[in-house]
Write a protein that binds this ligand. Structure first.
Ligand SMILES: Nc1ncnc2c1ncn2[C@@H]1O[C@H](COP(=O)(O)OP(=O)(O)OP(=O)(O)O)[C@@H](O)[C@H]1O
Ligand SMILES: [Mg+2]
Length: 249
């Protein structure tokens, strides 16, 4: 795994945030220094980790060059990671960035001063392939794509791959798809079918540790705890822990 990895899917609710924060917490427990960037105006990762805490500095201030990235970092004791939080203001940023020179690489530039302080920088993206996500892609060497296994997810992956192709052709930046994360699955037969369809169409790896659907995952968000703390023996907790190891190696 290279040092910056984005969790991407323009489809909403496919467990981008859940996997990003839990895999980060797991890596931290394995002794890695992790920075998680919440790049979603919904601020789900920020809320899941810190509850209703309001932050003076967020990724919005970093991207608008009000402050340096280091000034926006806060630490989460329970997750064992550093975080650059988000806020709803971020929903208006694309229009601000759009007129800037080098608008696609603003995040990458902001991260330059801080990247080397960490083993991994994790970026939790919003459900869109707009300018914010393009900034995440330009800042990343690798991406992972969480999906919920269903027929419609295959079409969504095509759109992501198309975006990566355009970024390579237009901006000369190559992003590696490290793998697809299967999440919130209820039925193994459907998982196998989706994986078969995926393999027939694309040559993207699928991580072996699928995350089962479990209400405990939602409960952990409410308690602002990682699954490794809240319910490590729950099947979803175990799968997330194993996925973290699988992703790392
Ligand atoms: N394995 C799971 N079992 C049950 N519920 C889950 C699981 N993973 C995630 N969820 C729930 O599904 C919902 C969506 O998850 P999450 O917010 O992680 O998705 P997302 O892709 O980040 O969404 P968005 O596109 O809005 O950013 C949340 O309510 C979360 O608690
Ligand atoms: Mg999310």
């Amino acid at each position: 795994m290279s040092s910056v990895v984005s969790f991407i899917n323009q489809k909403g609710g496919v467990a981008k945030t859940t996997t990003a924060i839990n895999v980060s917490a797991q890596w931290a427990q394995l002794g890695k220094k992790i920075l998680l960037i919440d790049l979603d105006p919904q601020a789900s990762a920020t809320r899941a980790i810190f509850g209703d805490t309001e932050f003076e500095n967020t990724i919005y201030d970093v991207l608008t060059a009000e402050i340096g990235a280091k000034e926006a970092v806060v630490h989460s004791e329970s997750f064992g990671i550093d975080v650059i939080p988000s806020e709803i203001m971020l929903s208006g940023i694309e229009i601000i960035l759009a007129s800037k020179f080098g608008r696609e690489s603003i995040l990458k530039k902001c991260l330059a001063e801080i990247k080397n302080d960490y083993d991994i920088v994790v970026i939790d993206c919003s459900p869109s392939l707009g300018l914010l996500t393009v900034n995440a892609l330009i800042a990343s060497k690798d991406i992972v794509i969480p999906i919920c296994p269903e027929y419609f997810s295959l079409k969504g992956i095509e759109l992501i791959l198309e975006t990566l192709k355009n970024i390579h052709a237009g901006l000369g930046h190559k992003v590696d798809v490290r793998g697809i994360i299967i999440s919130k699955y209820r039925n193994r037969r459907i998982v196998e079918q989706v994986i078969r369809d995926l393999r027939a169409k694309h040559s993207i790896p699928v991580f072996n540790n699928y995350i089962p659907d479990s209400i405990v995952v939602e409960e952990a968000h409410h308690k602002h705890l990682p699954m490794r703390e809240f319910s490590p023996k729950n099947p979803a907790g175990l799968a997330l822990a194993n996925l973290a190891v699988e992703m790392w190696t």
